[in-house]
Structures are given as C-alpha cells and as structure tokens.
Design a protein around this ligand. Sequence first.
Ligand code: UDP
Length: 474
Amino acid sequence: MSLDLHIRFRPDQGERMEEEKRVKRRIVLVPVPAQGHVTPIMQLGKALHSKGFSITVVQTQYNRVTSSKDFSDFHFLTIPGSLTESDLKNLGPLQFLMKLNQICEATFKQCLGQLLKEQGDHDEVVCVVYDEYMHFSKAAAIEFQIPSVVFSTTSATAFLCRSVLAKVNAEKFLIDMKDVEMQDKLFPGLHPLRYKDLPTSAFGPIESMLRVYSETVNTGTASAVIINSASCLESLSLARLQQELQVPVYPIGPLHIAASAPSSLLEEDRSCIEWLNMQKPRSVIYISLGSLALMETKDALEMAWGLSNSNQPFLWVIRPGSIPPSEWTESLPEEFSKLVSERGYIVKWAPQMEVLRHPAVGGFWSHCGWNSTLESIGEGVPMICRPFTGDQKVNARYLESTWRNGVQMEGELEKEAVERAVKRLLVDEVGAEMRKSVVDLKEKLEASVKSGGSSCSSLDNFVNSLKTKNFMQQ
Ligand code: UDP
C-alpha cells in the first residue's frame, strides 16, 4: 500500500500554505525493455515505494514486466505502437534503441498526458525517472512541466566513459581503435582503463554508438542523475561525474541489496538449486553470460573441454539461441553433451541471486554485466571475467585491477586457459585471496545501504530533494 503523504500545496510560489492536502505523490518510471535494465529500475521502484511514493511503470510492448504479487501496488501502462521482439531481431539492440527513441516520443507524450488527465486531486506526478537510454521521455516531461531524472543502470565509471567518448574527435578515435598497438595503452584520463576496455559496442558501428552515447549523457533538462552504484566502489568516478554533470548525482546502490524486487523476464529453472544442494561447499563454478551475449559454437566446445578437464562441478546457463545457429544444446556436436554430462548441469535460465548465495558456489564465470557484477560482489563470489561488449569491459577491468576480485580471460578462448582459470579461482591460493577481497567489499556494500550508509543517505537526499523548490523548477 502506498502511503498518503502530507505535503505543501504549491510551495514553489512562496505563498503561505493555505491548506494542507493529502496528496499521493507518484513517480513515473520508464525502463529499457531488457533484463539488465528492467531489474534495477523495478528495484528502484521498490525503494521509492518504501519511501511513500506511488509508482507507475510505463513500458514498451516488448519485454513487459507482469504485474505480479511483488508489484501489486504498482500501476503499469504500455506505450502503444512501440517495437516488438521481431523488430529487435531484425534491427539488433543498438538500432532497436535508436528507433525506439524515435517512435516513442509522441506516443509517450500521449500516455503521460492521459495519466495526468486521469489523476485526481489527490494524486500528483512529481517526476519521471527514465533509463538513460530512454531519452525520448524528456520531451514529454518538458511539455507537461514535470521534473525528469536520469537513471543509470551501469556503473559511474561507464557513465563517465560515455561522457568522455561523447566528446572525442570521432575520426581520430576511429583510427586509434583500429590500431592494434593502441589497445593495451591506457586511455588518457580514464586510468586504469585501456583502449580495449572502453565501452564500445559489438552491436553496431562506432559512429552510431557515439551518437547514442551523446544522447545518454546529455542530461539536458533533467533535475538529477541516479546511479545504481556506491561510493565504496567508485568514489573517484562518482566525484568526476559530479563535476562533469550540471545536476546532482545520487549513487544509491546496490539496489538489489537495498530493495529486492524479483522481475525475471524468463522462467527460472529452480532444479539447479537441488543439484547445487548435492555439491561440496565452494566447489562449483557458475557460468552465465547474462540476457544478451552470444557465444560461438567453437567457444562453447572449448569451454566444455576446459570445464570438464578442471574436474570441478559446473552450473552453466545456456539461453536458447545464445549459441547460434543452434536453437539450444541439442544441435551442438555430440562431443558437447558427453563433456558436460559428467560434472555439469545446464539450465536455460537460473535464479541467479539464489545461485550466487548458495554455499556450493565458489566462483562466477561472467560476462560482467553491471547487475551480475554487483550481485556477485554482494554475495562475496570471486569472478572469471569474460566481457562481451559495452560497459562489461569496463567492469571486467575494475574487477581485476581495482577491486581485485576477478581474473580476466582475454584473447581466444582455449580449453587449457579455461581449465587454468577455473582451477585458479576454485583451487589455488590466488582464488582464496580474491575471495577475501570480495568479502571485504561485500561488507562495505551492505554497510552502504544500511541506515547511515552512503547509498542510504543518498536515497534520502534524493527523496528530500523532490520536495524542494529548485528541483521542481528544473
Ligand atoms: N539473470 C538471471 N538468471 C540467469 C542469468 C541472468 O536471473 O540465468 C539475471 C541476473 O541476475 C542479472 C540480469 O539477469 O540481474 C542480467 O543483467 P546484467 O546487467 O548482468 O547483464 P545483461 O543481461 O544486461 O547483459
């Protein structure tokens, strides 16, 4: 149940308060229709709901969160005529996002207009919080004079990178990125990131990516930026970001610890928990590449060989379609099923948080999406980092060289290297050291979302800012 709050009526006009009204303050959330974006924005919704706000989630037609019992207090709206799954298949993720932003601007305006028309005297939309990639939202917020807030589902460092890349000389950058010798060099001003760690995209040409980045970091008329991160993870990047942006930056994460909100778009196969129950403590390597990354058949085979040779049990998430052209594992060479049958367990989608929390899990082989990174640190699980695209490369570099709880697998995927990495993490002393540093960080993260912690205070500051005159005027 959302709480009714007593707030001042038009405090921005400086008039004496004539009456106190019971008004439900509503926040409109606009997620990107992809698992890695939906999860944190729904958690943000939960966190804001716990502070007394009513929540409306405005979604596209593709990848909608259903109004489950976890969100029974939320109100859901769908933007009519937005893109579908087949558009995503035809366009690819980058073009899909660009097109979504073109076609949703007008329809989102209609949607928000309708919401405002229908709201009663006791309901007031106080702001629109949109995913940084759903920047079409700002036009409607401007038209209806509602403050808007950017929500970043990536790390502060990745945001900072996009902000730096949005300003580079595109021609020179293209030449540098094609130069093999540049790849291991540090990128100026973004230590410890090298050229090869920059969040370039595998989903389209660099020129399109730079265009998308400049839109995401153009906070323009937004009143604030919320980041799903914590100062114990990235204090320097957060400070720099605060200098770069003209508006307050609120690091309020990790949201999965602060406000859990199950919002899986795929069905979780819970049988893997029973399988984990039969394994020895910290013996299992969990492998998942998130919701979008793809793998080549030859890499899947090298993985299977390496995992099998490591003699460690493994739980492997293989999403249908993630090893094209195979539908799933049935059409992979026979050798594959022989290799995985002895010590492996394969599922199409796992209850990841529960898996990472399980005492049998000793390591996480990950593509290093920001949610998976936060979830792994939050459960004190060290990682083998095999980034695929975008900000995953930034996260992998930080895991290995800054937080020291991950080891990167670079270059061609070969069975010997897979075997070595798994043993290093689960058997060797170096793995034990990584576990120590990740447990340290886990404790810091937990403290940051507790009362008095930096992320908890930052959320309170954001909530308080919603009542101020400055915020309402931006
Ligand atoms: N996830 C899950 N089950 C799986 C694999 C992934 O629930 O089998 C969840 C995971 O917990 C995380 C999200 O999917 O919250 C993936 O987000 P991330 O940012 O790590 O990667 P993306 O999918 O955006 O590449």
